[in-house]
Design a protein around this ligand. Structure first.
Ligand SMILES: Nc1ncnc2c1ncn2[C@@H]1O[C@H](COP(=O)(O)OP(=O)(O)OP(=O)(O)O)[C@@H](O)[C@H]1O
Length: 829
């Protein structure tokens, strides 16, 4: 394969016809040649925007018939047009980024998984333009002008090679800025043409990369602090994962920087395109390890025009409570352990109590006794229903009131007659109803079998030494103490009181308790009454109209307050993602988990409940596992849910870390797992990673000096860029103060520092512990005290590996005391 590049900046040097020489033939300047087509595409885009904006305006302006159905249809249409407008705005930058010149005799493309894009099936054009969305020519039989990158017809753009050209003769990468084409890079896949072009001096591809020039330009650009999409430069091995079947669980493994996150997000966009009907209704969930990471990736899907995706950490999936308490890693690990299922179910059963001594009550003037046997029998029956605690309470109450009613009827009936019982079933029902309505009996039963909310049960458990001891029988005291808390929160939903690991447990508890929707139903009822009262007021005012024509029907003749309340009720149409965020029991069409190695067994239970179809994409790297309760093998994680039925995809090329830095990281990887293969870096930065020795007393000064130097070098090389100072949790605050920047997030480290819960992604210099930099990247990294990082946790080497692989350009390690031998490859300063 040969490649040629042209850019707008080169244009003045070409001849007056703006021609360039490709191979032996004289061809028009491709940059100038592509401009009119690209401009025409933008014109079409503008037309579609105007048309959609018009439709939206009309829908919003039009009156509906007022029925709930019409209101809801109107809102659905408004939502749809708003989403379409958002998509049309999102594709502005780099609308068209590729062109395929196809062999007229090529075989038809293979069918895609799913429905694909019906508009572009059976394409018979020999030149296809590929871009961020599909555009059709309405004036010419709806011929495709631009193919959506996710359509089957666009696939060769990412996968064709000289060895397997897939009917592609030439692949053209089109770069543009503000609607102007700025550069064009050609790859010629046709062997004859390639030979001719090579003989004319065009460069020959060495690496097996697709669109190497465009790719390297994207990779060496300064980091902005936010992840961008890679739609123009997706590589073959990545494309395979992105378009892999939606069915079942796929695990995407790969070392740092292999594009796992990028691939996972593009896969979400691909699946939404290919299975739009199924997935838009249930939504797609993307789970990340912490709020900073979610902020880092949040712009990628909107830039691909996809908005119906919910981004969340596992802890945030519990609605109505933003858990943000930092807690020691050991406590988080214990809470994440699978043993917690038993602890929590014991804790719930312990709330189903037996009276220590008989409870004596008087109901309707008659004595009633709740003795241990009676309650025990009712409890057994209720437990046998296998229903959640709050649901099973109904059986418990029924059993007790039935038994008490029978006893009462037996006693009273026999008193009347001495031998046979004269009371009938009707009397029995009356007695039962009387018992049920009795507030004292009700209160006694509530005490024995309380209705509980998840925060109530968990707060009671953490703050009651007796309850905690009973639920954790067999635990070591030291472990139990990790869970114990002093006092419950004043507001049970106060996120500051709960940690992310607690939120995961709340979800488990909610399953055990069952939904107690009493409050929601009462609120709904109150709203309904308020709406009706308002509607009645409106009708009253209308009825007072004095000179109403007697021939005409009055409003009150055709509508009553209840119907009017329905019609005026605010429709609550929301996207699947919005509804899913508010509903703990929502199940998603597809779930993507990033940094999946970090999840605890309890967190996996939450996610599996959210995805009964098991249509999931899990991306991660067990060599980067930092969490104590995290994964060391995918088989172990998945076997309880899908046994061996999951597939594995591997990414092998590192797009982030330059080869010089990756060589150092590879030594650490070998120390973690001698059988693991490091990913191969796609480029060198020309900057050797260095070690700077210092003393404990000189550490801050040395770190500050190196951070400043790194920043200057990045600005010199790239004009802008970001530096991360990564350090053990205990050093973060001092380093931040010395550098005069805000400390990173509190994270879940043992330190439990207070502060902003997310890393400031826009800052020029960031100071953070390693756990919070997971998944992120920076132009330069200054790693302070690597020995401290490895000593900080039992998975310290994994943390060191993560820290070393965050830089796209340069790495300096500042160490007080001896440098860990695993970093021997660093150059000394
Ligand atoms: N095909 C590509 N074209 C352009 N950039 C790419 C491509 N693939 C990956 N990248 C870039 O490489 C960097 C690393 O990608 P990403 O963060 O997805 O890797 P990762 O495997 O998730 O890394 P880690 O495991 O370290 O979190 C990102 O800047 C991403 O945009």
């Amino acid at each position: 394969m040969t490649r040629t590049s042209s850019s707008a900046a080169d244009a003045p040097h070409r001849d007056r016809h703006d021609d360039v020489v490709v191979g032996t033939a004289v061809a028009p300047d491709p940059v100038a040649a592509e401009q009119p087509y690209v401009a025409m595409l933008y014109g079409k885009l503008d037309d579609r925007r105007a048309e959609t904006a018009g439709l939206l305006a009309r829908v919003l302006r039009d009156e509906t018939t007022g029925t709930p159905q019409a209101v809801s249809e109107r809102d659905a249409a408004a939502q749809m047009y708003s989403e379409q407008l958002a998509t049309l705005s999102a594709v502005e930058n780099g609308l068209c980024f590729g062109r395929l010149d196809l062999d007229p005799d090529r075989p038809p493309p293979p069918p895609a998984d799913g429905v694909g894009d019906p508009d572009v099936e059976g394409l018979d054009q020999d030149v296809l333009y590929v871009g961020r969305l599909g555009l059709l020519d309405e004036d010419h039989d709806y011929e495709p002008l631009l193919i959506d990158w996710r359509a089957p017809a666009a696939r060769p753009y990412y996968t064709a090679t000289a060895a397997s050209p897939d009917g592609v003769r030439r692949r053209r990468h089109i770069r543009s800025r503000s609607r102007r084409v700025t550069a064009v890079d050609d790859e010629i896949l046709d062997l004859d043409e390639a030979a001719a072009a090579a003989s004319s001096g065009a460069t020959t591809q060495r690496t097996g990369l697709t669109g190497e020039a465009v790719l390297l330009a994207a990779l060496s650009a300064g980091r902005t602090g936010r992840m961008g999409d890679i739609v123009a430069t997706i590589q073959g091995e990545q494309d395979r994962v992105i378009r892999s079947s939606a069915n079942g669980v796929v695990v995407v493994e790969g070392g740092p920087g292999t594009g796992k996150t990028a691939v996972a997000l593009h896969r979400a966009a691909y699946l939404l395109y290919t299975h739009r009907r199924q997935l838009a209704r249930r939504g797609v969930l993307v789970v990340g390890p912490n709020p900073t990471f979610l902020r880092y990736i949040e712009q990628v899907l909107p830039s691909l025009g996809e908005t119906s995706v919910l981004l969340s950490t596992v802890g945030e999936l519990y609605p109505g409570l933003a858990a943000r308490r930092a807690e020691p890693a050991r406590a988080a690990a214990l809470k994440g352990h699978a043993d917690m299922t038993k602890v929590l179910s014991t804790a719930v059963r312990d709330r189903q109590e037996l009276p220590r001594r008989p409870i004596q009550l008087v109901v309707d003037g008659e004595p009633v006794v709740l003795d241990r046997d009676l309650v025990a029998q009712a409890r057994t029956r209720a437990r046998r229903t296998r229903r959640p605690h709050n649901d099973a309470k109904r059986t418990f109450i029924r059993e007790i009131t039935d038994q008490l009613a029978r006893r009462e009827v037996d006693r009273v009936g026999r008193d009347l007659d001495g031998r046979s019982n004269l009371l009938d079933r009707g009397d029995l029902a009356d007695v039962r109803a009387g018992l049920r309505a009795d507030p004292d009996l009700r209160a006694a039963l509530d005490g024995l079998w309380p209705t509980l909310s998840p925060p109530q049960l968990l707060a009671d458990l953490w703050t009651s030494p007796q309850r905690l001891r009973a639920a954790t029988r067999g635990w070591r005291d030291a472990d139990r103490e990790q869970l114990a808390r002093d006092a419950p929160p004043a507001d049970l939903c106060d996120g500051a009181w709960w940690s992310p690991a607690d939120a995961v447990l709340l979800d488990e508890v909610a399953e055990l308790l069952g939904e107690d929707d009493t409050a929601a139903r009462e609120a709904e009822e109150r709203k309904r009454e308020a709406d009706e009262a308002y509607a009645a007021g409106v009708l009253e005012i209308l009825a007072m109209e004095e000179d109403w024509d007697p021939e005409l029907l009055r409003p009150t003749d055709v509508v009553d307050a209840s119907v009017l309340a329905d019609r005026t009720r605010e429709a609550t149409y929301a996207s699947a993602a919005e509804r899913a965020a508010d509903d703990r029991t929502w199940t998603f069409g597809h779930v993507i988990v990033d940094e999946a190695q970090e999840l605890s067994p309890m967190a996996w239970r939450v996610l599996m409940r959210r995805c009964p179809s098991r249509s999931m994409t899990l991306v991660g790297d067990v060599a980067q596992t930092g969490a104590r309760a995290g994964a060391s093998s995918w088989g172990e994680v998945l076997s309880p849910y899908v046994a061996q039925r999951w597939r594995r995809e591997v990414l092998t090329v590192n797009y982030r870390t330059p080869a010089e830095i990756m060589a150092v990281a590879a030594d650490v990887l070998a120390a973690i797992d001698p059988s693991a293969r490091p990913p191969e870096s796609v480029r060198e930065s020309g900057v050797a990673p260095r070690a700077v020795a210092t003393s404990e007393a000189g550490l801050l000064d040395a770190a500050v000096a190196q951070a400043r130097k790194a920043r200057e070098a990045v600005v010199d090389a790239e004009g802008a860029g970001r530096v991360a100072v990564l350090a053990p949790a205990g050093r973060v605050d001092a380093l931040a103060a010395a550098l005069g920047v805000a400390a990173g997030p509190t994270g879940a480290g043992d330190g439990g520092r207070a502060g902003d819960p997310t890393v400031d992604l826009a800052a020029e210099v960031v100071v953070s512990e390693v756990a919070d930099a997971k998944g992120l990247e920076f132009d330069a990294v200054v790693l302070v005290d690597p020995a401290g990082v490895t000593h900080d946790s039992p998975r310290g080497l994994n943390d060191l590996y993560v820290a070393l692989t965050r830089a796209t350009r340069s790495l300096v390690v500042v160490h007080p005391g001896p440098l860990p031998t695993v970093l021997d490859r660093l150059e000394w300063e």
